[in-house]
Design a protein around this ligand. Structure first.
Ligand code: HEC
Length: 230
């Protein structure tokens, strides 16, 4: 049998391919079952956080920032626990990024605050001397698109069975539920409630006025998203 194979390069190559492909599958397949299991404490995004995620994507923050902490001491000392696949369960699409012009943002919610982001987004170099990050002043003027975020929750998130309105176990043993609004009006109202809490920690008068008038500026949605990264 093996003599026969050794004398026929084509069939030998096919046999090698089959053996390697089989071994590869044995290694890869079990991970499919693993990857789909969210890590305890991972929560789906609220409508406001999702709108902020859209602001993040629209402004290409992921061109300079990764969201993927590698299992090296230099990384875990700086950013916290290395990333686990189950933490991305509700990220569609994921924003791992491939280049770090700026620091990783996977857990930025643990060590940066709303007012820090406010000052930094307006003028990065004023907060971090020598920063080459561009200022994002228009985020303070533009209005966030809550309706599209809600539409994403209803379509994409539903299609992937993201567990809205379900009790989810948290790391400290408690339970948390992220509600999905029944109507777009209810979604706008709950996003505004969340936005008020964030705007209360901000100084920009235009932002405060907009939220008081029932609008959600993009910066507020973005900060909601950044604060959720833990
Ligand atoms: C041209 C590359 C570039 C782009 C685009 C960019 N950043 Fe940055 N960012 C940096 C650099 C460099 C730093 C480090 C210096 C500093 O803190 O300002 C940084 C720092 C940060 C920090 C502080 C992180 C920490 O751990 O201290 C946050 C938060 C941040 N960026 C968010 C954003 C967001 C949100 C966007 C999109 C709106 C964005 N960045 C777009 C380059 C960029």
């Amino acid at each position: 049998m093996f003599h026969w194979l050794e004398k026929r390069p084509f069939f030998f190559a096919v046999a090698v391919f089959v053996v390697i492909a089989f071994a590869g599958l044995i290694e890869i397949l079990p991970n499919f079952a693993q990857a789909s299991r969210p890590v305890i404490g991972t929560k789906p995004y609220t409508t406001l956080e999702l709108a902020g995620r859209h602001v993040y994507i629209k402004n290409s923050c992921n061109a300079c920032h990764s969201q993927l902490i590698r299992p090296f001491k230099s990384e875990t000392d700086r950013y916290g626990h290395y990333s686990l696949s189950g933490e991305y369960a509700y990220d569609r699409p994921f924003l791992w990024g491939s280049k770090r012009t700026g620091p990783d943002l996977m857990r930025v919610g643990n060590y940066r605050t709303t007012d820090w982001h406010e000052n930094h987004m307006k003028d990065p170099a004023a907060v971090v001397p020598g920063s080459i990050m561009p200022a994002y002043t228009w985020l303070f003027k533009n209005t966030a698109d809550i309706d599209t975020a809600y539409a994403e929750q209803l379509t994409v998130m539903k299609a992937f069975a993201v567990p809205y309105n379900k009790e989810l176990p948290m790391a400290d043993g408690s339970k948390a539920t992220v509600a999905l609004a029944d109507t777009v009006e209810a979604a706008r109202a709950s996003a505004l409630e969340e936005a008020k809490v964030i705007a209360a920690d901000m100084k920009d008068q235009d932002v405060k006025d907009a939220v008081a008038a029932g609008q959600v500026p993009e910066i507020v949605a973005l900060v909601a998203y950044l604060n959720s990264l833990k």
